[in-house]
Design a protein around this ligand. Structure first.
Ligand code: NOJ
Length: 715
């Protein structure tokens, strides 16, 4: 398709239509697509609806084909509709929520889950997914941390890349592939006080050093679209923020694909009180080069007049529509408007045996063993077990943003344990606690399946109390009064404050692991699979510590436990460390780290150096260990974090085997980004750290030098 020629044939109304995205029910009243967002009457005429260029969500292949056919019948130039949807962690085969996925520290899990999501969603005619969410967040109060990949920019970027690759592979028009729209540009993961949609107020330094990397990684990996975020940035809503949308996105990151607002995002510029009305919002959107307006009608209702009165230049509209049409062309829609929607493929591929098997395998890598006193886990063969608490019988393990997944496909933890032959003698998923506790007396271990209600996680689900409700904790107390061992399995979408479940002998962080959650968890509980996940967000001891993250600066008055000085950076009423740090997670194996060696003490420009360490599995259980590399720039022109993750390896170590892990460190790993977004290198001493988590590392020093004789500092 020659996009330029097509553009020339289009009238203004048709062009503006391409810049509108609306939900399917606007076209077909009976659509069963679920939409995330408050819906109101957009006030569009039938003609305007049928000029819209893209659709938000679609129920299945049949619905997509019917809608596309109906649309094309009426369409003068036969420009196909484009179907987009939120396929965040699975279509119908549901994978672990993204936060859990990142705890695998294995980007293959992201790649394969995105691949399968793409294969399934494309059979239903979906051509673009609003994923990955590359918003870095240090805010467990914010419900959307479940959609992200944790608190670390390096790890997050790796996962974001794998997701984009998994969705798109090398050709977005090929069967089984869909295009990725990275979101929410930018800084959405840093709302003040963890309150969703709240103001974001960050320095340019934080923006460039910490928050930008995730989006940049997605774009670098070829993500075809970018969604603007709801928040303000420097006082201007991101949707119309020219610093973000033009200076950074278009000019610095060289993004030349299609941009889209978030749901009703352009209209919300009015609520932010940065535009008086939809007309002003439309002007600001066009000036920020926002191509598609999702679920509001500022463009549709105003652009024509704004061009007539020369307030908007039609060339800007042509540029936006050109980008949209080129994207449709790249997706192959002009040749095949239905994409890969195919009812037979839907039946054959969705929730296939292979897909579900992969979902289970991935889920097994994502749970994190937080505590295991006296090696109570894995459960021994002859233990008599009780399974209690709200998740004992619940099948609700998909996590939000899994609108096509059905919990009816899942099984509960008690069912999964029974299926594996565990001697489950008591099950109670009801509250309050039973008055008759005789049944509990004969059991050895109480598995408390506790957690957050799924509806408390995700968009618009901010909370201030991160503790489990007391009625759930009562189960642990009761078990302890009866002198039973307690294994707590936690289902949640954010780091929680776990003090009130401290009495548990073991804690398995289960997150929401998707369709095969409880089968995977059972394999871990019985030791068929050895837990290997590690945390990608710090777990606070108290809500008052938030935001708490491992890669913080040192401060001018760092706390030193060995020196008595009250004028240092600490809390009077709480330890300053997290309860469970970034990178932490246990295994049934026992790994010992020793003998860290640097291949050289000095590193010069354009060179690299190797750090190695040996790890021995001092147990009779084979297991995966996630070995982490952190670096500190000891002295630099701007204050740098105490440590930053610069590499990791996940390795299998057989019983009593010793393995050497090597990390290649190059000059880029020693660089930093300044407040202008420039990469800087400074000579000097660096601390190289390798360990099992951010709080447990061995250290070596290296010098970065210009040449053999010099160690002067310069930028
Ligand atoms: C609002 C959410 O913020 C965004 O992530 C999502 O993609 C859109 N709604 C569309 O559902």
């Amino acid at each position: 398709m020659d996009v330029k020629k097509l553009l020339k044939k289009m009238n203004l109304e048709e062009k503006i239509g391409q810049m509108l995205q609306i939900a399917p029910h606007n076209f077909i009243s009976k659509s069963d697509t679920k939409i995330h967002g408050f819906e109101y009457d957009l006030g569009l005429t039938n003609k305007q609806v049928f000029s819209a260029g893209s659709v938000l969500g679609i129920g299945n292949a049949k619905e997509q084909q019917e809608l596309q056919r109906k649309y094309l019948n009426d369409s003068r130039l036969k420009i196909p509709l484009l179907f987009m949807a939120d396929i965040v962690h699975g279509y119908e085969t549901i994978f672990p929520i993204p936060l859990a996925l990142s705890c695998s520290w294995n980007t293959d899990t992201a790649f394969h889950s995105a691949r399968i999501s793409a294969v399934e969603a494309s059979t239903a005619g979906i051509q673009v997914t609003f994923s990955p969410m590359a918003d870095l967040s240090r805010e467990p109060r914010w419900g959307r941390v479940m959609e992200g990949y944790g608190e670390d920019p390096y790890l997050l970027s790796m996962f974001v890349r794998a997701m984009v690759k998994g969705y798109q592979q090398d050709d977005i028009s090929a069967k089984g592939n869909i295009a990725s729209c990275v979101k929410h540009f930018a800084g959405y993961g840093a709302p003040i006080a963890g309150l969703d949609y709240n103001t974001v107020d960050m320095s340019r330094l934080s923006f460039y050093q910490t928050y930008l990397g995730g989006y940049e990684a997605a774009i670098d990996e070829g993500s075809k679209m970018v969604m603007a975020s709801f928040n303000t940035f420097d006082g201007i809503p991101a949707t119309v923020n020219q610093f973000l949308m033009i200076d950074v996105l278009r000019n610095q990151l060289n993004f030349n694909g299609v941009t889209i607002t978030d749901y009703d995002g352009l209209n919300q510029v009015i609520a932010h009180r940065v535009a008086h009305d939809q007309r002003e919002a439309a002007i600001q959107g066009v000036e920020a080069k926002i191509d598609i307006e999702m679920a509001s009608s500022c463009y549709m209702k105003n652009i024509e007049k704004l061009i007539e009165t020369s307030i908007i230049n039609e060339n800007d509209i042509n540029a936006a529509v050109g980008r949209i049409l080129s994207f449709k062309n790249e997706l192959g829609l002009f040749d095949n408007p239905y994409g890969h929607a195919n009812i037979d493929d839907e039946k054959r591929l969705i929730k296939s045996k292979e897909h579900l098997a992969k979902a289970k395998e991935i889920a097994q890598e994502c749970a994190v063993l937080l505590k295991n006193e006296s090696n109570i886990l894995p459960l021994s063969n002859n233990s008599k077990v009780a399974v209690v608490g709200p998740y004992a019988t619940s099948k609700s393990t998909n996590g939000v943003w899994s609108w096509k997944g059905s919990i009816n496909d899942n099984i509960s933890l008690s069912e999964a344990l029974i299926n594996q032959g565990v001697d489950v003698v008591y099950i109670n998923g009801e509250n309050p606690l039973p008055t008759d506790i005789d049944m509990l007396r004969e059991i050895d271990i109480v598995i408390c399946a506790l957690g957050e209600d799924i509806e408390k996680t995700g968009e618009a689900k901010s909370i201030v109390n991160l503790e489990l409700p007391l009625f759930q904790v009562e189960w642990i107390k009761l078990a302890k009064i009866l002198k039973k061992k307690v294994v707590t399995v936690l289902y949640n979408g954010r780091p929680l404050v776990l003090n009130n479940i401290d009495q548990s002998d073991a804690i398995l962080e289960a997150w929401y692991l998707g369709s095969k959650s409880n089968e995977a968890l059972t394999d871990l509980l019985i030791g068929k699979i050895n837990p290997s996940g590690k945390l990608t967000m710090s777990f606070p001891r108290h809500e008052g510590q938030i935001p708490i993250y491992y890669n913080h600066l040192t401060t001018g008055r760092p706390f030193n436990k060995d020196v008595h000085n009250i004028y240092t950076s600490f809390y009077l009423d709480c330890e300053r460390t997290p309860k469970y740090p970034f990178g932490y997670g246990l295994s049934y194996s026992k790994f010992e780290y020793e003998n860290m060696i640097m291949s050289d003490k000095e590193i010069y420009l354009d060179e690299s150096i190797t750090a190695s360490i040996t790890i021995t599995n001092k147990s009779n259980v084979a297991g995966y260990e996630i070995v982490q590399l952190y670096i500190q720039d000891e002295v630099s022109k701007i204050a740098r974090p105490e440590k930053e993750l610069k590499g990791f390896k996940k390795i299998l170590i057989q019983p009593y085997e010793t393995k050497t892990v090597k990390f290649n460190i190059c000059i880029k790993d020693l660089s930093y980004i300044n407040s202008l977004g420039e990469t800087k290198y400074e000579y000097g001493r660096f601390i190289i750290m390798i360990g099992s988590n951010s709080n447990n590392v061995q250290k070596k020093y290296i010098f970065f030098k210009e040449n053999n004789n010099e160690d002067k500092k310069y930028t």
